[in-house]
Each structure stands twice: as C-alpha cells, then as structure tokens.
Design a protein around this ligand. Structure first.
Ligand SMILES: Cc1cc2nc3c(=O)[nH]c(=O)nc-3n(C[C@H](O)[C@H](O)[C@H](O)COP(=O)(O)O)c2cc1C
Length: 453
C-alpha cells in the first residue's frame, strides 16, 4: 500500500494507467488548470492531472487525486461499495500515530526572509474569484488548548503576501471552536498546514465526529497501520505527516482580519467576501523536489472527498434517535436522504429533527428501507407515491446552516430547512399491494435457456 501522495500516484499509474494524465506543455495556473479539469469532466473523465510545467512555479502540480470513487477505494484498499463501511470501521477502531525521526518533509527548511508563499503556483479557478491566488488542498492542524487533542481540517487559504494568508473557517466547526478558545485568551492559534496527502489522510482529516477524537487515529484506522508523524521544526507540539510534500508552520492572528474572497465554493456558487483571520507563516518546510497538490473548488473531487465523513456523521446522528436507520446518502449539496425501517409513524420526524441540527443538512428526506436513498428516481417516486404532501412536508425555521448557502441572507448561516417524510404510514387503511410476479413463476423461468435460442 502506498505511504504518501507520490507513491499513491505511482500505484494508480500501475493499476489504471488511463487514470493519470500527465500534461507536460506549459499551463497557466490562472483558470487554465481548472479549465482542463472542467473540460475533462464534461466528457465524463476525471483522471489525476499531473502538470509538470506550470507558469511561475518550479514544482509540478498534482490535481484531482481523489476525483473518482475507484481511486478512493484504491487508496483504502477496498471495493467502491465498501468505502462507507471502511470509514465507519476506522472511526470505531482508530490506530494511534507514531512519531518518527526520518522525515522527508524536512528535507528543505525555509525560515525568516526565505519564507515566500509565492513559491506556490498562483492558482485561480473561477472567473469571479478574488484576484489573489488560493491554496485549496491545505490541511490545517491545530491543538485544542484545553486537552491538547489535534484537529485536522481543510481550509481554503488566500495568499495575501509573501508570509500571510486569509483563512476561511466555517462557524460551528471544530477549528472555529478551538480558535475561539485562543481568542478568548488573547493568544494567536499555532497551526501547521500540510499539503500533499495520500487519499486516506484526506478522508481522515475530514472526520466530523466528536471534537475529542484525534483525526490522525482515524487516518491510521483507514490505513490499517499507524501514520508516521514528525514534529514541526518551530513548534514541536504540532505534529504533521512525515511524508507530506509541504508544511507551513504558522499562527492564526487572534486580532488581525483581512478581506477574503470571493471564492466559488462546493455549492457551485461564490457568495461574496468575508472578513477572515490572518495566518502568519513563520516557516515553510518541504521535500526535495516537492509536488504541490491542488483541489479545484466546486468540482468532483471537492464534493466526493467530504461524503464518507458527512454520511457517517448523519448516520450516527440518525441512529441515535432511530435504531432502524439503514443507510444515508448525500444526494446533492445540503441534501440528506435516509432509509429507515420505522417502528412508528413519528420516527421519521425524530430523524428529521436530529439531522436538521447539522449545518450541512438543509433538506432531509426519509424513505422506507426498501428504497435505496442513493437512487434519486426511487426517492422521487417514494415522495410521489407514499405520502400526502400536506402531512409529509414540514418547514423548520431559524436553524444553524452554512453562510456558503447562496440562498442564505444571515451572515452566521441561520436558515430555514425542509423535512419530508416519504415513508408509507403504518396507520394507512387503504389496501395497497406492491406489484409482484409470483415467486414460483419467477423461479421456473430459465432466462439463460431462452436467450440461447
Ligand atoms: C477541499 C475542501 C475544502 C474545504 N474548505 C473549507 C474551508 O475553507 N473552510 C472550512 O471551514 N471548511 C472547509 N472544508 C470542510 C472542512 O474541512 C470539514 O468540515 C472539516 O474537516 C470538519 O471537521 P472539523 O469539524 O473537525 O473541523 C473543506 C473541505 C474540503 C474537502
């Protein structure tokens, strides 16, 4: 099994050569790398893109690493159908990381005047994005000042100068809570940001369970072995993967803010500018001949990466109130469909109430357990055929959501939500039968013999 990003790309090259597209002609980081990805997506292609000649950057750029379910499965060493099960097994059985001496990410150490974020390609994606370039495959490591537990999460970083970036932190996520504790103490938040991740590291970083879970343990659970970490050169309390490509050692200012954005997000929309905290980078370390990793915002990789973590979080929240929950599927942004073997007619509403507490669940639909929640036509058929809309639909007001929702006017993300119970009422009196061919007749039809003729 590959132990870092570059080994994983090699593994993909060997296992499925058409899944890696090397682009050696010069490309512009401003919109062009994104345009290439979009044109491939229009043709239903989603390979890893390795750009070896990016204008203004001396390093290769690797994009769309996790842009297919097949590659996520390869990264976890399982089949596509088993990704969700592997993810929940890793959450149930984390494997603690180990700290090692050998750390390729410290091959080159840049401090003081040598720190210059312009070594990264000046990546811009959408026409209406800010003029400043972004880093999108940046995983931020911070420690809770109370219990020391590490939190990992992706955050878009807008490069503002040689040594500073803006950082977008969603309200109510764990990093937001940790940062609030530092601000309350009047202290800057020390962080390490690593770039260049094996898919299991990316999926583990997105774990969205209890705040006291160290996501490095989830990554170990996904890999089936401990992840090798190393101590940051300037702040030994912060640990980063020893085989990452780059690490930015930094602090997030408790006081300073900067205009950040606009930026086209996972919803497919840009939602204006924010006043965001400033990240001050004090050191950059990297491998010899490092690869820059990138995720084109709002496209397939961005959407796919968060799904296992969010589905697990929704599944756990739903099962806490209804043990008969079978499966959760995030069919579209902010849309959660759950299949349930219900015990009473109120149970779907308990599930809807529980899930609407989640900022990323704005439309929640519950279907019976004989409907696959990932099958949109079947979900819509259940909506049309199993319930009367005047009883099946409820609007819930003033709940926590995300400011990234383009329909939301509240800067804090408060929103109304939609709950739909598309399950058959147990109390239904009308006699309704499901179309079925008698089993014994189905059994005696020998299709193979018929088709042979
Ligand atoms: C590619 C990508 C980019 C993301 N960018 C941001 C971001 O800019 N700000 C943010 O708050 N969350 C962002 N997220 C979502 C968080 O990383 C995710 O909610 C987080 O891991 C949840 O964990 P936490 O609650 O422990 O912080 C991004 C996710 C992905 C996959």
């Amino acid at each position: 099994m590959a132990s870092d990003l570059r080994e994983f790309v090699d593994e993909v090259r060997r296992a499925r050569p058409s899944d890696v597209l090397e682009v050696s002609q010069p490309v512009d980081p401003e919109h062009e790398t994104a345009a290439i990805l979009v044109k491939l997506e229009e043709r239903q292609r989603s390979p890893i893109l390795v750009f070896t000649s990016v204008r203004g950057c001396r390093f290769p750029l690797v994009s769309n690493v996790c842009g297919s379910l097949g590659r996520l499965a390869l990264g976890l060493g399982c089949g596509i159908k088993d990704i969700g099960a592997r993810y929940s097994a890793a959450a149930a059985g984390p494997i603690a990381p180990v700290v090692v001496d050998e750390s390729p990410v410290h091959d080159v150490v840049l401090r003081g005047d040598d720190v210059d974020l312009n070594i990264f390609p000046a990546l811009r994606y959408h026409a209406d994005d800010a003029a400043e370039p972004y880093l999108t495959a940046a995983i931020v490591v911070a420690r809770d000042p109370d219990d020391g537990v590490a939190n990992l999460s992706y955050h878009r970083l807008m490069i503002a100068s040689r040594t500073t970036t803006g950082i977008y932190i969603e309200p109510r996520r764990h990093l937001d809570g940790i940062f609030a504790k530092y601000v309350a103490r009047g202290q800057d938040m020390p962080v390490a940001v690593f770039i260049g991740a094996h898919p299991a590291w990316s999926l583990g970083a997105l774990y969205a369970g209890a705040p006291d879970v160290d996501e490095y343990g989830i990554i170990g659970g996904l890999l089936g072995r401990p992840l090798e970490l190393t101590r940051c050169v300037g702040n030994p309390e912060l640990l980063v993967p020893a085989r990452a490509e780059f690490v930015l050692e930094a602090r997030v200012s408790a006081r300073e803010r900067i205009r950040e954005g606009p930026f086209g997000e996972f919803t497919g929309y840009g939602t204006g500018t924010t006043q965001s905290p400033v990240v001050v980078v004090e050191a950059i370390t990297h491998r010899r001949d490092p690869w820059v990793q990138d995720i084109v915002s709002g496209h397939i990789e961005h959407l796919m990466l968060s799904v296992p973590a969010l589905e697990l979080r929704c599944l756990q929240a739903a099962r806490r109130v209804a043990p008969g929950v079978v499966k959760v599927s995030l069919l579209a942004p902010l849309t959660c469909v759950i299949s349930l073997r219900k015990q009473d007619d109120d149970e779907p509403w308990r599930v809807i109430d529980a899930l609407c507490a989640d900022i990323y669940a704005k439309q929640v639909i519950v279907v019976d357990d004989d409907v696959d929640p990932a099958d949109l036509p079947r979900v819509l058929a259940a909506l049309a055929l199993q319930q009367q809309p005047d009883r099946a639909v409820r609007i819930l007001s003033d709940l926590p959501g995300t400011p990234l929702d383009p329909s939301c006017d509240d800067p804090g993300g408060r929103t109304s939500k939609l709950g739909i119970d598309a399950t058959r009422p147990l109390s239904r009196t009308r006699v309704v039968t499901r179309n079925r061919i008698p089993a014994e007749v189905l059994a005696r039809v020998d299709l193979a013999a018929l088709l042979k003729r």
